[in-house]
Write a protein that binds this ligand. Structure first.
Ligand SMILES: [Zn+2]
Ligand SMILES: [Zn+2]
Length: 116
C-alpha cells in the first residue's frame, strides 16, 4: 500500500477500506510502513508507534481504495487492486463490485462512488 498513488491525479496517499483480509505471513516487528500506513489509516509521522507487523501480515482480499483528492475509487478484487485510469475502467465490473460490497461501504462514501 505504500506505493500506490492515484492513476488519474497522482495523489498520494490513498484511503483504504478493507472488506476481507487474511492473516497470512509471518513477519517480525521491525517492519514499518514508510510514509502512510493504510492499515492504521494515517501518516506514519502522525501515528507515532505503528505496529506494522500487522499490516504486513495481512493480505487484503477485497477492499476499496479511494482518492481523497479527485474522488475516484478503485476496487481490490481477489487481492488485486484495480488501479486503472478512467478510459480503461470496466463498468460492469464496477457495478458488480458495488452490488457485492455496497453494504460494507459507509453511506457517505457509497454516495460518491455510486454510478449514475
Ligand atoms: Zn502500517
Ligand atoms: Zn485521484
Amino acid at each position: 500500500m505504500d506505493i500506490l498513488a492515484c492513476p488519474m491525479c497522482r495523489n498520494f496517499p490513498l484511503k483504504l477500506l478493507v472488506f476481507e483480509r487474511e492473516s497470512r505471513y509471518k513477519v517480525d516487528n521491525t517492519v514499518k510502513c514508510e510514509l502512510y500506513c493504510s492499515y492504521h489509516v494515517g501518516a506514519v509521522s502522525e501515528l507515532g508507534e505503528t505496529r506494522c507487523a500487522e499490516c504486513y501480515s495481512y493480505e487484503i482480499i477485497n477492499g476499496l481504495i479511494t482518492c481523497p483528492k479527485c474522488g475516484r475509487w478503485y476496487a481490490i478484487i481477489d487481492e488485486i487492486p484495480i488501479m486503472l485510469p478512467d478510459y480503461l475502467r470496466d463498468r460492469s465490473r464496477d457495478e458488480e463490485f458495488i452490488a457485492k460490497w455496497g453494504k460494507n461501504i459507509p453511506p457517505e462514501i457509497l454516495e460518491k462512488i455510486s454510478l449514475s
